[in-house]
Write a protein that binds this ligand. Structure first.
Ligand code: COI
Length: 358
């Protein structure tokens, strides 16, 4: 399918931010967006890139009532030599299709979505920041648009991609953050939607997120929903614990998000011959490892979060401090190596980084 491109006129163009330190995350969007429609007769059709602007939706659109929606998050990076790269984009679109499957949304063509991403990013490449840790965030989304308030899968859908310049996700920058383990709220239960990237998982997290904020913590550490004792993931990232020399992370039990950065972390650690284990870890074992000195590091991974070190965990009034509160060596090595891959300055043994500027 061809992608029809309608560039915006000069007076539709918005000012491109010049101060990378003031970008923050997720509030600025570029001049164009990709759109594509689905109906049962034509399948996915009318792929186009148009000036960025509001969507016109019927107020009865099903996504607005029952949340039939999936999304992704990936980034485009500008190297020091001005090259432009995507990181593992196919993996994002393959995961999007797995989310579609869970939400009964028709799958998209992965090649077309990668191509749409490339064309959109290159059209708005002037928006890609240059500073380390800054990038252009890419947000593909699919929403159900049948005007119908009955509970059933929609027949029609809108797929769109928006992009915008971002810096660090957390206000702390890339410095260590504190996280708060929720004893009362749960994110997802096996058999639910936890492994799909869908808005409902995030809507359901807001109450606990507010409680974490009120206690002075950046994010929620979710425990499993059944026994409420195994550490699973953090609000916007997967989570790793280095205990006695081994890096431990929760297995993909069905209730946690299969992060692409999570997979990159595990493969890099294995490549470096560092022991890495997917296993269930209880919050009590974690606090015990903190008390006996075997807990060496904690860090999170995600597209938005990149590698974010954790300095403290709070749980039911107890606090677990990690090391001396600074970034540990494994987190630092992963952060440096992943950034080097993403910006094209380091060796790429896995072929993860895809140069798209010609
Ligand atoms: C990402 O890391 O890209 C995410 O989608 C997490 C978040 C911003 C919702």
């Amino acid at each position: 399918m061809d992608i029809k491109v309608t560039p915006c006129s000069d007076n539709q163009r918005k000012p491109i931010p010049t101060d990378d330190n003031a970008l923050g995350f997720g509030r600025l969007f570029s001049d164009h967006m990709f759109l594509m429609n689905y109906d049962p007769d034509r399948g996915w059709h009318n792929a186009r890139i148009e000036p960025y602007g509001p969507l016109s939706l019927d107020p009865a659109s099903m996504v607005l009532h029952y949340g039939q929606e999936v999304f992704e998050g990936l980034k485009a990076y500008r190297g020091a030599d001005s090259s432009v790269r995507l990181f593992r984009p196919r993996d994002n679109y393959e995961r999007l299709n797995r989310s579609c499957e869970r939400l009964v949304i028709p799958p998209v063509d992965v090649d077309l979505m990668v191509e749409a991403t490339k064309q959109l990013v290159m059209l708005d490449k002037a928006w890609i920041p240059r500073s380390e840790g800054c990038s252009m965030y890419v947000r593909p989304t699919i929403i159900a648009i049948d005007p119908f308030v009955g509970v059933a899968p929609s027949q029609t859908y809108l797929c769109y991609i928006i992009v915008g310049p971002v810096g660090a996700y957390y206000p702390e920058g890339f410095n260590p953050v504190g996280i708060w383990a929720s004893a009362d709220y749960v994110r997802a239960v096996r058999g639910g939607m936890g492994e799909a990237k869908t808005g409902g998982n995030y809507a359901g997290s807001l109450k606990a997120q507010a409680a974490a904020k009120a206690e002075g913590y950046s994010q929620v550490l979710w425990l499993d929903a059944l026994e409420r004792k195994y550490v699973e993931e953090v609000g916007t990232m997967n989570i790793f614990f280095k205990i006695n020399g081994t890096v431990v992370t929760s297995p993909l039990t069905g209730s946690i998000l299969p992060g692409i950065t999570r997979d990159s972390v595990m493969r890099l650690l294995t490549h470096w011959d560092m022991p890495v284990q997917e296993r269930m870890l209880t919050i009590d074992e974690l606090f015990a490892a903190g008390a006996d000195g075997s807990l060496e590091e904690i860090f999170g991974s995600g597209t938005a979060a990149i590698i974010t070190p954790v300095k403290e965990i709070a749980y039911k009034g107890d606090k677990l401090s990690v090391g001396d509160g600074t970034t540990g060596p494994v987190a630092q090595r992963l952060y440096d190596s992943i950034l080097a891959l993403q910006y094209g300055t380091g060796e790429d043994p896995f072929g993860w980084s895809e140069r798209i500027d010609g």
